[in-house]
Design a protein around this ligand. Structure first.
Ligand SMILES: Nc1nc2c(c(=O)[nH]1)N[C@H]1C(S)=C(S)[C@@H](COP(=O)(O)OP(=O)(O)OC[C@H]3O[C@@H](n4cnc5c(=O)[nH]c(N)nc54)[C@H](O)[C@@H]3O)O[C@H]1N2
Ligand SMILES: Nc1nc2c(c(=O)[nH]1)N[C@H]1C(S)=C(S)[C@@H](COP(=O)(O)OP(=O)(O)OC[C@H]3O[C@@H](n4cnc5c(=O)[nH]c(N)nc54)[C@H](O)[C@@H]3O)O[C@H]1N2
Ligand code: SF4
Ligand SMILES: [Mo]
Length: 867
């Protein structure tokens, strides 16, 4: 066993992990007790990483037009197409769409390749959908994109305000730090979120404001700060724009928030009364057509009170992706240069051009993500390279984006997964090394640079992303500029370039690391920049900034409604976001059975009043329609969302639930300053999806269906699937054979066409291969039990004998477990729901478990017949 210290590849908390490989391709993953971000802890996603490293579904060789190809052929082809496209149509006819999940070294060479050598700034990244508004807000206030504080501030705060952040699910380890602080020093927690989330559990105050109204709330706070005499006059002497900003705040109304005046007052009292306040913000702030204004509205309050850059206080943007910050440092966005330098600054351009010895450095900003894909759609972009992101799912107007990629003359996708919505559209697919197989660095939310280190060999022909880019660049004639042999070499160059930025007086200067030798890079400890350690590693306590004139700025902001307007045809406001146990399009987290058992299908939260009015019953399906697309999702009827609003998760794709692609519904409205799309305020209509039949399937092998609705997920014993449709098939056995791809297997069929019920089980050598359960109502089966069945000798017998008595509770009213019922069926021959009810009381009160008892009887008798 060799132990490798690395970093979790999911969220921006950037937890340290210890990887041990046993040499068979497997891995164990533990939290690194020495890492400053997590001190040994991991959340559910980090803990399940070992379940995600298998080769199932991996892209293992380059492909051209769907056929396997060698690396030389694929790389020559890409270089040739890029060169010819540029020769014919100019450099702006090519584009690169990158990702905040790329390592800094990958990102650095992608940026150098596009901006320095191809001569176009048409490189943008999924960070445009994620952090762009924060970048723009920081730049307006500080002149540079700098997070002022550190994680330590969360430990040392007396008040933590979470704005548009579901920290409990999306940054779980930071959430635990905040709750530790609560336990230790009584830190108060306030949540500002239009819906009730897991983060509200244990919080002191929840402000369920209207979607998109944060500017109004923070303007009111600023006015109250002023009114209460809580301005920091000393600090404000250093600040520009204070008077105009305060005037704008005083003139503003809190009415758009829809919150009770009393609740707002309580919030303001708390905020004003606690000097040590950290305002954490995330996508409820950024993903808005007023995102940049929301960021500045928050920063304004901290600047006005001088509560910034000192222990336990400050505005704190928590980044989503593991290397969102690294991407910003290398200038991954279309309007940035490297090392926080600006593309439209002549001196910066000259310095970077000279450093790279770049023949034709881009002269003007390139296309931002949404514009980029519009340019793909209308043919201005003729060659597109997509790396480490799945835009056919995650960009707004996803159906149009999918069509645009499909219509592009030439698309290259670098990915680890063979079949994604985006990979299916590629002309050339390049296999990438996955996180546990490659080396590099990532920067987390508090500017700590950590190493990712390889613990497994790359499988098949997989190669690191930086290698894909440098190989193409060399073939295009830039051998010397892309002659790197290792990520360490790239990192040194990146660090040296940041010294030039430091020379311009910019914040991101890690030139102290430019001399790191290979051993030093291999052993590099988590390091927070600036490396020339300022006091405590914080910024702006003295009011000095990186703006021209050197002062921090307050920015007057005014509330604006979300851009997509509700209308009689589209009366709902659709909010979107994340669930606890899945990561984005689930290509990695979706492989872990443990993570799929939490929420295994796409759903929409709808308020009980709206559900009743529209005739939408719990567990039924709902059809959503927006001006740009449609979706079918499972109804979760809950008062956690406000009337007139809906919430749906973003994770489902054409691979896992084709009607669950939520970005098909989201219009591409963007913030005018940052270009970030408004992902949380789409408009749509909702109505019941009238299904004639519902199904549930389990299988040892992957399943794809053709039903009107289906959603598949991994389970311990194989795969599971929910299905539903308008027209029930005539022959369920034939349907099931098609679904499972089992034309020959031995089948047990129990079908009652008059009741619309069917149970079909397929066996081989006495082992269950797959089973399908069909009913005219949503099926109340014991899914947790059924998903363990495939591969078992028999459905009962050994499997149930291994279970702890009495097994998972089936009848909640009388607390009767699965095994108790199974025993009654097998040993006492009770073969009807009524008989079991008489003997055990199960199913005789609310009755909601009766269908599950019935299913158990069918499953048991079917498997007995097979023996
Ligand atoms: N489990 C899990 N964790 C993740 C990820 C994941 O995919 N899964 N992804 C990572 C990434 S890349 C990111 S960017 C982060 C995102 O982390 P978060 O931003 O915490 O997550 P979201 O669920 O996108 O949105 C947060 C909240 O914003 C609220 N919201 C919507 N509109 C408004 C509004 O107008 N005002 C306010 N105040 N709130 C609003 C939503 O109701 C939602 O609860 O998570 C990271 N962590
Ligand atoms: N409606 C709505 N839309 C949203 C959001 C929202 O809240 N609401 N959130 C937005 C945000 S904040 C984000 S960050 C995006 C995320 O959206 P995406 O970045 O599009 O989603 P991922 O699933 O993370 O895509 C990563 C891809 O990289 C592949 N991959 C994994 N490891 C590697 C590797 O090492 N190398 C390479 N080359 N590929 C690899 C995976 O297989 C996968 O295909 O979604 C955005 N879209
Ligand atoms: S909190 Fe984020 S970085 Fe830490 S283990 Fe969980 S997903 Fe990974
Ligand atoms: Mo993100």
């Amino acid at each position: 066993m060799t132990k490798t210290r690395s970093t979790c590849p999911y969220c921006g908390v950037g937890c340290g992990v210890l990887l041990s490989s046993e040499g068979q391709g497997g891995l164990t993953v533990k939290g690194d007790p020495e890492h400053p971000a997590n001190r040994g802890r991991l959340c559910s996603k980090g803990s399940a990483l070992a379940q995600t490293v298998g080769l199932e579904g991996r892209l293992l060789a380059p492909r051209i037009g769907g056929r396997a190809a060698g690396w030389d052929e694929a790389l020559d082809h890409v270089a040739d197409r890029f060169a010819r496209t540029i020769a014919r149509h100019g450099p702006d006819s090519v584009a690169f769409y990158a990702s905040g999940q790329m390592l800094t070294e990958d990102y650095y060479v992608a940026n150098k390749f596009m901006k320095g050598f191809l001569g176009t700034a048409n490189i943008d990244t999924n960070s445009r959908l994620c952090m762009a508004s924060t970048v723009a807000g920081h730049k307006r206030a500080f002149g540079t994109d700098t997070v002022p504080g550190t994680y330590d501030d969360l430990d040392e705060a007396d008040l933590v305000v979470l704005v548009g952040s579901n920290l409990a699910w999306c940054h779980p380890i930071l959430h635990r730090r905040v709750h530790d602080a609560k336990a230790k020093r009584g830190t108060k927690i306030v949540v500002v979120d239009p819906r009730v989330t897991a983060t509200c559990d244990g919080a002191d105050l929840h402000l369920p404001l209207r979607i998109g109204s944060d500017v109004a709330l923070f303007n009111r706070l600023l006015a109250e700060i002023d009114h209460a005499g809580a301005l920091d006059a000393g600090y404000l002497r250093q600040v520009e724009g204070a008077e105009a900003t305060l005037a704008a705040a005083r003139a503003a109304s809190a009415e758009p928030t829809g919150l009770d005046a009393e609740l707002i007052e309580q919030f303001c009292r708390l905020w004003i009364g606690h000097e040590r306040v950290v305002t954490v913000f995330s996508q409820g702030v950024n993903q808005s057509s007023a995102g940049t204004d929301k960021v500045n509205a928050i920063l304004n309050c901290h600047i006005a009170t001088g509560r910034i850059g000192r222990p336990g206080m400050g505005p704190f943007s928590v980044t989503g992706q593991p290397n969102a910050m690294g991407g910003r440092e290398v200038g991954g966005l279309a309007n940035m240069l490297a090392a926080h330098m600006d593309l439209d600054n002549l001196a910066h351009r000259a310095a970077v051009g000279a450093f790279w010895d770049a023949p034709r450095l881009a002269k003007r900003p390139g296309l931002k993500a949404v514009e980029m894909f519009r340019a793909v759609a209308d043919g201005r972009i003729k060659a597109l390279w997509i790396m480490h992101t799945n835009p056919a799912v995650t960009l707004p107007e996803a159906d149009a984006v999918r069509d645009a990629i499909a219509s592009c003359d030439f698309t290259i996708v670098s990915d680890i997964t063979a079949e994604t919505d985006t990979a299916r559209l590629a002309d050339v697919l390049l296999p990438a090394s996955a996180w546990a197989e490659k080396d590099g660095t990532v920067t987390n939310s508090d500017r700590t640079i950590s190493r990712q280190r390889a613990a497994l060999p790359p499988p098949g022909e997989a190669r690191p992303d930086w290698w894909h880019i440098t190989q193409v660049a060399r073939r295009m004639g830039w051998r010397a500029a892309f002659d790197y042999q290792s990520p360490a070499e790239i990192f040194r160059e990146h660090a040296a370039l940041s010294g030039i930025a430091g020379g311009f007086g910019l914040d991101f200067d890690i030139s102290g690391l430019a001399d790191l030798n290979d051993e030093g890079y291999a052993a590099m400890e988590p390091t927070r920049w600036p490396v020339a350690a300022r006091q405590g590693g914080r910024f702006f306590a003295d009011g000095r900034s990186f703006r021209p004139g050197g002062r921090v700025a307050m920015v007057p902001v005014e509330w604006r409604a979300p851009e997509a307007r509700r209308a009689p045809r589209f009366p709902f406001r659709l909010n979107t976001g994340r669930i606890r146990d899945q990561w984005h399009t689930m290509t990695r987290s979706g492989r872990a059975p443990r993570l799929s058992s939490h929420l295994a299908e796409p759903f929409v939260e709808i308020h009980p009043d709206d559900a009743t009015r529209l005739g939408i019953a719990p567990d039924r399906l709902v059809e959503l329609t927006s001006p740009t697309g449609t979706a079918i999702l499972r109804a979760t009827v809950t008062a956690r969302v406000q009337p007139g609003t809906l919430f749906a998760p973003i994770h489902w794709t054409g691979e896992t639930a084709p009607t669950g692609r939520i970005d098909a519904l989201v219009a591409a409205c963007v913030d005018p300053v940052s270009g970030q799309p408004e992902s949380k305020a789409a408009v749509c209509a909702a109505r019941p999806f009238e299904a004639d039949w519902f199904g549930f399937a389990v299988s040892r092998s992957p399943i794809r269906a053709t039903a009107d609705y289906w959603a598949t997920a991994r389970s311990e014993a194989g795969w599971r699937m929910e299905l539903a449709g308008r027209q029930a098939p005539q022959d369920w056995e034939a349907e099931a054979r098609g679904l499972f791809g089992l034309p020959e297997a031995e089948a047990q069929v129990m079908a009652d066409p008059t009741r619309g019920v069917a149970r079909i089980a397929f066996h081989e050598g006495g082992r269950l291969l797959a089973a399908l359960f069909v009913a005219p109502e949503p099926i109340g089966l014991m899914r947790d039990y059924l998903v363990t069945m495939p591969g078992e000798d028999a459905i009962t017998g050994r499997a149930s004998a291994d279970r702890p008595d009495p097994g998972p509770t089936l009848c909640a009213c009388f607390g009767v477990g699965v095994n108790t019922i199974l025993t009654a069926i097998e040993r006492e021959g009770l073969l009807s729901v009524e008989a079991i009810g008489r003997a055990l009381s199960a199913g005789t009160n609310c009755g909601s478990c009766r269908p599950e008892i019935a299913a158990l009887i069918v499953a048991t008798t079917t498997s007995e017949a097979a023996e």
